[in-house]
Design a protein around this ligand. Structure first.
Ligand code: NAD
Length: 358
């Protein structure tokens, strides 16, 4: 066994069907009686449902959360929280709504209860990405870690199949990169492998029947494990590429992860053989990059950057950006090889698997 360091994350997690009903009791345990409920405009009805459930413990809702946590939206929400004298926030939704809760907590130290409805995993990470004047910056601080996360499988049945699949790929990307993180550990390896296994089993079931209870339950469980990986260790090339491309070309977050993950793993796994073995086991065999590319195609998810809004003349700029201030990576990040990889991903071609593996 190699030496390792492991930092566990604080926070309480409830998981199950119908667990939303436990929200008032959780608020009471935290001593919160003036909660502001957060959502995106698309989930305003869910936010109202949460307000009703909380009764006298809710002071209102702010339903303006947006992707990539724009600072101007945070300022609007802060003004509402201040006017209503909120003593905590409840976020119901995906990574965008969780991001708003974290941005409020960063500035106010208000307690957060998060009720995730996608598989992004942000609710268990100390990471906050914010956008100011079109520039996205990311920081990691324990100040933004939620106090309580309530996973209620019932709330995920209506997540459209397309978003379920891409959000599931987003989650698996956290686990895949955790398996070769330089600050990894045996505990993180276990969470990562089990998270990928659960999602690989769940996603085809959900695509076949979006109301498959076992599939939905496995997917939410897998997303929690994968989120814990993201929250515990550093990420590498794949996440760097997704952030660069998302920020530079305004590409949809989960779709970008889905297209790039097979290619980034094709690039990295020859330099990360233990990660390759664990991923392959989690997938029931095969070369992980190819298995993921085939699964995305089979489930109707995007497999080409050109289909999700990336212009062809952006490939060179993206390759340049990827090699500037690169994250630590198991294989050296070389511009020409990255450019070739991005071109294949742009065109929707299968990932190249390093010869050493074939
Ligand atoms: P999202 O939160 O932007 O949700 C997309 C849309 O789907 C929204 O309109 C939302 O209201 C709706 N939606 C969510 N759940 C639904 C459901 N069950 N049924 C129907 N509609 C539903 O998407 P996301 O992929 O969850 O989050 C992406 C954002 O999260 C990005 O800004 C990304 O940077 C961030 N993120 C952050 C971390 C972190 O650790 N900080 C991790 C992952 C993602």
């Amino acid at each position: 066994m190699k030496p390792f360091r492991y930092q566990s994350l604080p926070g309480r997690v409830l998981f199950g069907f119908g667990t939303l009903a436990e929200l008032p009791g959780e608020a009471q345990s935290l001593g919160l009686g003036r909660l502001l409920v957060l959502s995106t405009p698309a989930q305003a009805d869910e936010a109202q449902r949460v307000v009703s459930l909380l009764g006298e413990r809710a002071v209102g809702a702010f339903t303006g959360a947006r992707m990539h946590t724009p600072v101007e939206v945070t300022e609007q929400a802060l003004a509402v929280a201040h006017d209503l004298r909120a003593d905590g926030v409840v976020a119901i939704g995906g990574g965008s709504t969780t991001g708003l809760a974290k941005a409020i907590a960063l500035r106010t130290d208000l307690d957060q209860i998060i009720i995730p409805t996608t598989y992004a995993g942000s609710e268990v990470t100390p990471i906050l990405g914010e956008t100011d004047n079109g520039r996205k910056t990311t920081q990691s601080t324990a100040k933004v870690l939620p106090e309580v996360v309530i996973y209620d499988v019932d709330l995920t049945f209506d997540l459209p199949v397309g978003m379920s699949v891409t959000s599931g790929f987003n989650a698996m990307a956290h686990a895949a990169e955790a398996l070769y993180a330089k600050d990894g550990s045996p505990v993180v390896d276990l969470m990562a492998q089990e998270g990928v296994r659960a999602l690989m089993t769940a996603l085809p079931c959900i695509a076949h029947d979006p109301r498959d209870a076992l599939g939905r339950s496995d997917a939410l469980y897998g997303c929690w494990l994968c989120g814990m990986c993201l929250g515990t260790v550093g990420m590498s090339l794949h996440h760097k590429l997704c952030h660069t491309l998302g920020g530079s070309f305004d590409l949809p977050h989960a779709d970008t992860h889905t297209v790039l993950l097979p290619h980034a793993l094709g690039y990295n796994l020859s330099a990360a053989l233990s990660a390759r073995q664990r991923l392959s086991q989690a997938m029931g065999g095969g070369e992980p990059p190819r298995v993921l590319h085939d699964l995305a195609r089979q489930l109707g998810a995007p497999i080409a950057l050109r289909d999700i809004g990336m212009p062809e003349d952006g490939i060179d700029r993206a390759a340049d950006l990827a090699v500037q201030h690169p994250y630590w990576n198991p294989r050296p990040v070389e511009r020409d090889a990255i450019r070739a990889m991005l071109r294949r991903a742009w065109a929707g071609e299968p990932p190249v698997i390093d010869q050493a593996l074939s």
